[in-house]
Ligand binder design. Structure first.
Ligand SMILES: Cc1cc2nc3c(=O)[nH]c(=O)nc-3n(C[C@H](O)[C@H](O)[C@H](O)COP(=O)(O)O)c2cc1C
Length: 147
């Protein structure tokens, strides 16, 4: 899909007094999202429930980050990381995500993620880090120059 770069420029701020929550099946298809997830991502719950969680994947996010997330989940450990997500309207939002398994009678049945806002400094640091990782891995780069 072709994107108009200017559409990527609008950030949606994540509130600090509420948590963005979603759950997926074991393949990463969304099974639940709270109201704040819908509001911040710009999707209705109905739209989200038919989709894989990569619906909010932002092109600035290196593939290796999600590879690490899935490996961590397969190892039945909790993954914590900083994520830039894509809104339905092509704007973006930054979060710190905690992703882990949901267990029923000791059996892994789903995954869940809780997300909280991060500071401006953390956003800047991770934007630079992710730009560097994508460049190193030969992934598509943004046309942004840091002085
Ligand atoms: C519970 C859970 C929450 C996730 N949350 C996000 C998310 O907020 N944004 C995102 O891009 N990927 C999220 N993922 C990872 C996606 O499933 C997917 O691996 C990622 O978007 C990369 O897409 P790809 O695997 O198709 O390359 C989540 C996965 C799980 C299991």
């Amino acid at each position: 899909m072709e994107y108009n770069e200017s559409e990527f420029l609008i950030e949606t701020k994540v509130p600090s007094d509420e948590v963005i929550i979603s759950r997926t099946d074991l393949k990463g298809n969304i099974t639940y999202a709270n109201e704040l997830f819908c509001e911040i991502s710009g999707y209705t719950l109905e739209e989200l429930l038919t989709k894989s969680h990569n619906v909010v994947r932002h092109p600035d996010m290196p593939h290796s980050i999600y590879k690490d997330l899935w490996q961590t989940l397969k190892d039945e450990k909790q993954w914590v990381g900083v994520v830039k997500n894509l809104r339905k309207d092509r704007g973006f939002y930054w979060v710190k995500a905690i992703v882990s398994g949901v267990y029923k009678d000791g059996e892994l049945v789903e995954y869940k993620s809780l997300r909280a806002p991060i500071s401006y400094g953390e956003k800047l640091q991770h934007q630079k880090l992710y730009d560097k990782i994508r460049k190193e891995n030969g992934e598509k780069s943004r046309r942004v120059v840091y002085e």
